[in-house]
Each structure stands twice: as structure tokens, then as C-alpha cells.
Design a binder for this molecule. Structure first.
Ligand code: NAD
Length: 368
């Protein structure tokens, strides 16, 4: 697909509307770097909550205007969250955002003749790594999860000695040692905790151990656990249940549990049920990073702090990266700039044709 004239593609950047979403999809320095290829329209205050004021966008060469003007005047819209109101989009335009696995959204956008490039669908290849928003945002989520968990804990993470005596370091474990989990281990270790990690993918063992954490592998038969693209494969309900029972002895001594086990496109695997919770020590904190896709813990409630009668505290954040909105936006924007650089030729034309694997994967969400 190419614009009909030879002027650079017009990109629109809108302010996120989901409550609590403070990030912005493009920051001024990346707009400046794209200026040879694209003209950018920015909705007023799009970056304010992430620390990027309108003046910085104007200095970078963008035109700052109303949301309606941005939507009406751009061929390609970029945002973080899936479009909140598909009916408001300009027919024939292209949207780059999350939401690539949402079939209802795909239907609504097709009906509006809007092409959606869903960021979850990027292939996990070396070429696409610089565009991978899931990885960049997961790394931030893992870091913030440990800080949030430490804030709610009544014990300290590091060993500490004072004239009043000594305290031992806290024990923490990550369930699901992917990008977020590994960053959580690295963060907790820097803060002085004794760290552990568990994952169904055997490949995670080396990564966990290379961070100085202990890899926990419960004695239970699991299905081959590596699927395409480095993701995990789903376990059967029976295997999941046996895994939960086998994990209990490993979870019982922990003070901080960061749960980040996910399988793309499916509900998060249940790793902590009520029987497990009953075996934990009072005061244990669980940060369930899988809350948005159903949670790894049975008692997680999205965006709430649950305190059980046994004194276990469960946090279920659904948008952890937004807590570090400036740097999360920096990373997200860097990913989007890399993607736009790939999609827009030096002549300022969008190239969505051909057999480019990145384009093919991104467009796959459009197929009914
Ligand atoms: P993810 O967010 O889909 O899942 C998080 C973790 O949960 C994964 O490690 C997964 O194995 C684990 N998990 C799933 N079911 C589980 C269960 N029942 N019990 C315990 N753990 C379970 O994955 P992710 O963090 O995005 O990435 C996973 C892997 O892919 C990582 O090894 C990462 O290095 C790799 N990766 C590769 C690329 C690339 O090559 N471009 C990009 C990003 C990630």
C-alpha cells in the first residue's frame, strides 16, 4: 500500500484513553529521527503524563492539534492500547497498536476498512527484535513488580546488620522466567534477596542460573514445553494440577513471589491455587503479572491488593509498565520507530505489500 502522492506519509499520534495508561507511543526524539520519512501530527497532551510536553513535540517538528484533526489528517495512527473507538477512525487508514489477538476488534476494524497491525503478532526473529514492544515492556514490568512487592512486604529484601541484631535476606521466586521474570530476578538480586526461578521451558534454566538465581524444577512429568518463537506450550489440565501440587514445597519458604507465566493467546496458567496459598507463610507477597490474562494465582483480582485471612498479600497489576511511564514510553517509542523505519521506504511511502515476514505476520490478525 502506498499513498497516492509522493509526499511523506502522515503519521498520527493520539493520547491514550484507557484509565491509568500514562505511556505514549512515540516520543519527540524518535519523531525527529523519522522526520525525513514522515510528517507527524500529535494530539494535544499526548505525552504529558509520560513527561513529554507538547513543546517538545513541536521542537521535534510535529504539529500538535486536536484528536479529531490527528485522526482526520493521518494515514497511519500509532498508539499503545487497542483503538478505544474503532468507529471514530478514518476509513482506509492504518493503525499500529496492541490488540492483535483480539478477534472482536479485528472484526470492528475490518468493518470500518481500517488495517490493523497488531504489535503482539510481530515475529520473534532477530530482524524484528528491535520492534518487540512485548519484550521491552515486560522488562520494565519485571523491574517494577519487585519494587512494588518490596513496598508491600513487611520484611526487607537484603541481609542487614545493625547494633540491634541481624536480619536474613528474604527469599523470592519467579514463576515463568521469561523476559519479565528474568528482569525481576535481576532486580531482586540487586536488592539483596535470595532468588529462585521456575519455568516449564528447560531453556530458562541457564538464563535463571546465569543471573545467580537457583532454578527450581519440581519433580513432575511435563509435556514438551517449548513452542514456536521461544514461547511455552500449554500443559494439560492434569499436568497443571500435578505441577501446582509439586510447586507447593518450593513456594512455602518464599517471602516474595513474582508470577509472570504466560502463554500467548490463552488464559494464564494457574500455578497458585487456594491449597498453595494455605501453605504460604503469613506476610508473603505475590505480585501476579499475569493478572490481565486471568492471573497465575486463583485469588488475584485485577488492579487490587487482596489480603487473605492467612495474611498473604496478592497484587494484580494490569499495567505495570505505566508506573514507569517515561522510560516505558522511551522503549515503546524506540520499538515503534524501528517498525516505522522498516515499513516506510526512503521515499516516504508505506510498504505493506509483498512477502516481507514482518508485514505478513502483522497483517495476520486481519484475516477473519
Ligand atoms: P511470555 O510472556 O509468553 O511468558 C513468560 C514465561 O512464562 C515464559 O518464559 C514461559 O515459558 C513461561 N510459562 C508459560 N507457561 C508456564 C507454566 N505453566 N509454568 C511456568 N512457566 C510458564 O514469554 P516472554 O517472556 O515474552 O518470552 C519467552 C522466551 O522467548 C524468552 O526466553 C525470551 O528470551 C524469548 N524471546 C525471544 C525473542 C526473539 O528472539 N526476538 C523476543 C522476546 C523473547
Amino acid at each position: 500500500m502506498s499513498p497516492t502522492n509522493s509526499s511523506p506519509v502522515r503519521i498520527g499520534l493520539v493520547r491514550e484513553q484507557r484509565p491509568g495508561e500514562r505511556r505514549v507511543a512515540l516520543i519527540p526524539s524518535d519523531i525527529r529521527r523519522l522526520s525525513a520519512k514522515a510528517a507527524v501530527l500529535v494530539e494535544r497532551e499526548a505525552g504529558r503524563e509520560a513527561g513529554f510536553p507538547d513543546d517538545a513535540y513541536i521542537d521535534a517538528g510535529a504539529r500538535v492539534t486536536s484528536r479529531d484533526d490527528v485522526i482526520a489528517g493521518s494515514e497511519l495512527l500509532v498508539k499503545i492500547r487497542p483503538p478505544e473507538d474503532p468507529q471514530a477512525l478514518r476509513p482506509g487508514s492504518i493503525v499500529i497498536s496492541l490488540g492483535g489477538r483480539d478477534g472482536d476488534l479485528a472484526g470492528a476494524l475490518r468493518a470500518r476498512s481500517v488495517i490493523h497491525l497488531g504489535l503482539e503478532l510481530l515475529p520473534r526473529t532477530a530482524r524484528a527484535q528491535s520492534m518487540d514492544v512485548l519484550s521491552s515492556q515486560a522488562a520494565i514490568a519485571g523491574y517494577v513488580a519487585v519494587l512494588e512487592g518490596a513496598r508491600v512486604l513487611d520484611v526487607l529484601l537484603p541481609m542487614m546488620t545493625t547494633a540491634a541484631g541481624s536480619i536474613r535476606p528474604a527469599k523470592m521466586i519467579v514463576l515463568g522466567a521469561g523476559v519479565a521474570g528474568l528482569q525481576a530476578i535481576a532486580t531482586a538480586r540487586r536488592l539483596g534477596a535470595i532468588t529462585h526461578g521456575f519455568d516449564v521451558r528447560e531453556a530458562a534454566r541457564e538464563q535463571v542460573e546465569s543471573l545467580g538465581a537457583r532454578f527450581v524444577f519440581p519433580k513432575v512429568e511435563l509435556a514438551p514445553a517449548e513452542a514456536a518463537g521461544g514461547y511455552a506450550a500449554e500443559q494439560s489440565a492434569d499436568q497443571q494440577a500435578r505441577l501446582r501440587r509439586a510447586l507447593i514445597e518450593h513456594l512455602a519458604p518464599m517471602q516474595l513471589i513474582v508470577a509472570s507465566a504466560q502463554i500467548p493467546g490463552t488464559p494464564a496458567p494457574l500455578l497458585i491455587d487456594e491449597e498453595t496459598i494455605a501453605a504460604l507463610q503469613p506476610g508473603t507477597v505475590i505480585v501476579d503479572l499475569a493478572a490481565e490474562s486471568g492471573g497465575n494465582c486463583a485469588l488475584t483480582r485485577p488492579d487490587e491488593l487482596v489480603i487473605t485471612s492467612g495474611g498473604i498479600r496478592i497484587l494484580g497489576p494490569t499495567n505495570m509498565p505505566s508506573a514507569a511511564a517515561t522510560d516505558a514510553s522511551r522503549f515503546f517509542s524506540g520499538n515503534i520507530r524501528a517498525l516505522l523505519d522498516h515499513l516506510i521506504g526512503d521515499d516516504g511511502r508505506l510498504q505493506l505489500e509483498g512477502d516481507d515476514p514482518i508485514v505478513v505476520a502483522l497483517l495476520a490478525g486481519q484475516t477473519p
